[in-house]
Design a protein around this ligand. Structure first.
Ligand code: ADP
Ligand code: MG
Length: 240
């Protein structure tokens, strides 16, 4: 579903991604972990062209998104993204947040978008908040709306950048539960996270990034039990 070949990204003189090569299969759930500043967010943002790679190639499905002819807006329709700080539209209700892109971008009829929106809000346990504004929701509720909003575009892939890092501890679980049930539907997911328990339980693979390089790529059982690199060992000692 996703193929990344020798991906480099620099900001000015700072080389943040130093040649990453990997693939993510359809239906796979991949946890991306690593120290702060290692390039995790930049990697994820390259996958939907929120950052333009300096070098290297990326395919989503059969389409090479790094091809100059690719329509970026079209790519983003197929790749949903959920951010640490939710990024909901504050002046729209929950339901409007969820229906906005399908109506505006896909030209879906309002009634259809709303029916689908309510369905998705049910899935994340928030249909009773459809007419509420984001400012009146808890962090966990906001993040669940953000997930529903991304799903409303029927993406092929979902990217999550530390979706629970801004949440109070008691709200982390409700968001992880929604992500876990999404994983069980067969959604292809790439998740930057510090939730090691979640990575171990839900991910099919762990990618460990350090210094802009992919240091390890292993199933969670293997990665957590016996990380090969010293850098991963040290990272895990600090985390666990
Ligand atoms: P992580 O998500 O692993 O913490 P990031 O991908 O956010 O790491 O950042 C990796 C490095 O790239 C950091 O040194 C960061 O300061 C730098 N960086 C990220 N985005 C930009 C940007 N837009 N301009 C300049 N430097 C950036
Ligand atoms: Mg980050």
């Amino acid at each position: 579903m996703i193929k990344v070949e020798d991906l480099h990204k620099s900001f000015g003189k700072l080389e943040v991604l130093k040649g990453i090569t990997t693939t993510i299969k359809q239906g796979e759930v991949v946890a991306i972990i690593g120290p702060s500043g290692s390039g995790k967010s930049t990697f994820l943002r390259c996958l939907n062209l929120l950052e333009e790679p300096t070098k290297g190639r990326i395919w989503i499905g059969n389409e090479e998104i790094t091809d100059k002819k690719t329509n970026i807006m079209e790519v983003r329709q197929h790749v949903g993204m959920v951010f640490q700080h939710f990024h909901l539209f504050p002046h729209m209700t929950v339901l409007e947040n969820v229906t906005y892109a399908p109506i505006k971008v896909k030209g879906m009829a309002k009634a259809e978008a709303e029916a689908k929106g309510i369905e998705l809000l049910k899935k994340v346990g928030l249909e009773q908040k459809a007419d509420e504004y984001p400012s009146r929701l808890s962090g966990g509720q906001k993040q669940r709306v953000a997930i529903a909003r991304a799903l409303a575009m029927s993406p092929d892939v979902m990217l999550f950048d530390e979706p629970t890092s801004a949440l109070d501890p008691e709200m982390v679980k409700e968001v992880l539960e929604v992500m876990k049930s999404l994983a069980h539907t067969g959604m292809t997911m790439a998740i930057v996270t510090h939730e090691m328990g979640f990575a171990r339980e839900v991910a099919d693979r762990v990618l460990f990034l350090d210094g802009g390089q992919l240091i390890e790529d292993a199933p969670p059982q293997q990665f957590f039990a016996s990380p090969k690199s010293k850098r991963a060992q040290e990272f895990l000692e600090k985390m666990l």
